[in-house]
Design a protein around this ligand. Structure first.
Ligand code: ATP
Length: 341
């Protein structure tokens, strides 16, 4: 669907040249929600802008559905862009136009007759959950509603690809979740390929199937979201994964647990995919003569399955403890002994 081959982007600056994107190769599949994560300056915006021809690569090729976006120009590029839509962090709405008029705008540009436009606008308003707000102006809407207008407008011309540039970064956590759910819904209903860039691992966890991690213009890690959560390889990826799996307070809690539970063992269990859905704790309690205390836990869903961590305290005889740990390891659960008496 999307093939990015050896793409490099060099900007000329006053102080010399700056490589914003450095030899990136990616293949994005049809119907996939693909996330690109990186800190500020990693090259994410530049990369996504090359997917809709807003920026031309200095080297390499971008192919979307057989069209070489990296080299077409003028009318051909404008036509191709109708099939590659984008939503933005700050919505980029036309403030003097109503919701309906904003959504209608790309249809007007594409020359769609008025009656057809009206019908399509009504469908889109319903699709994004903005019924009854068609005559409102953007200034009268909440952030989440503004982004819903952005999404409806982006979908007006039945695109093949939706690019999302930090689409939820200006929204509060609850609104972020509702917009992310809308994107998943659209992806499923319309089979739309979605490419998003973000600096928040929460966004990747919640909706992406695969993720590329960018640093210094390069893709340093790439994989299925669940795999990356299970086994992040690069230091930067580990930091992103910790954003969602190990909040600040967890570290403090662990330190407290180590002080509190001097006897027995405190164990961190990591569950990924199928193991997160097995009754591991029930089996542990039934099979061993141990006291099992659940201390703290968090299980989260990704698009490809569940993952999470659970801290437990086991108390009992040494050999029973050893056998229990062997049992947990055999149950394909990640086991880390935090304290040992
Ligand atoms: N038009 C430009 N001219 C010169 N340098 C640029 C230009 N656009 C981006 N850069 C530089 O390229 C590098 C990558 O920027 P880019 O905006 O792609 O990163 P990013 O990961 O999207 O970060 P952010 O989230 O802060 O936008 C940065 O060092 C940036 O200053």
């Amino acid at each position: 669907m999307i093939t990015i081959s050896d793409v490099k982007k060099v900007f000329k600056t006053k102080t010399g040249s700056l490589t914003a994107v450095d030899k990136v190769n990616l293949k994005i599949k049809e119907g996939e929600i693909f996330g690109v994560i990186g800190y500020s300056g990693a090259g994410k915006s530049t990369l996504i802008r090359m997917l809709n021809g807003l920026e031309q690569p200095s080297e390499g090729k971008v192919d979307i559905n057989g069209k070489l976006i990296s080299s077409i120009k003028g009318g051909d590029l404008r036509k191709a862009r109708q099939k590659i839509s984008m939503i933005f962090q700050h919505f980029n709405l036309l403030w003097s136009r109503t919701v309906s008029e904003n959504i209608s705008f790309p249809l007007e540009i594409a020359g769609v007759p008025k009656q057809e436009r009206q019908k399509r606008v009504n469908e889109l308003i319903e699709l994004v959950g903005l019924e009854g707000r068609g005559d409102a102006y953007p200034a009268q809407l909440s952030g989440g509603q503004k982004q819903r207008v952005g999404i409806a407008r982006a979908l007006a011309n039945d695109p093949e690809v939706l690019l999302c540039d930090e689409a939820t970064s200006a929204l509060d956590p609850q609104t972020t979740d509702s917009i992310l759910e809308l994107l998943v819904d659209i992806n499923k209903r319309l089979g739309l390929t979605i490419v998003l860039i973000t600096h928040e691992m929460h966004v990747i966890r919640k909706i992406c199937h695969r993720v590329a991690v960018m640093e210094g213009g390069k893709v340093v890690e790439l994989g299925d979201v669940l795999e990356v959560f299970k086994q992040p390889k690069e230091q930067i990826t580990k930091r992103f994964v910790q954003q969602v799996t190990e909040p600040e307070e967890t570290r403090e809690t662990i330190e407290q647990l180590i002080n509190e539970y001097q006897d027995g063992r405190v164990i961190k269990l990591s569950f990924v995919g199928e193991s997160a859905e097995q009754p591991v704790i029930t089996n542990l309690i039934r099979s061993f003569d141990l006291q099992v205390n659940i201390l703290q836990g968090k299980i989260s869903q990704t698009q490809n399955g569940a993952y999470g961590s659970l801290f437990i305290h086991l108390h009992g005889k040494q050999d029973e403890l050893d056998r229990a740990i062997d049992f947990l390891e055999a149950a394909s659960v990640g086991v880390e002994v935090i304290t040992h008496d």
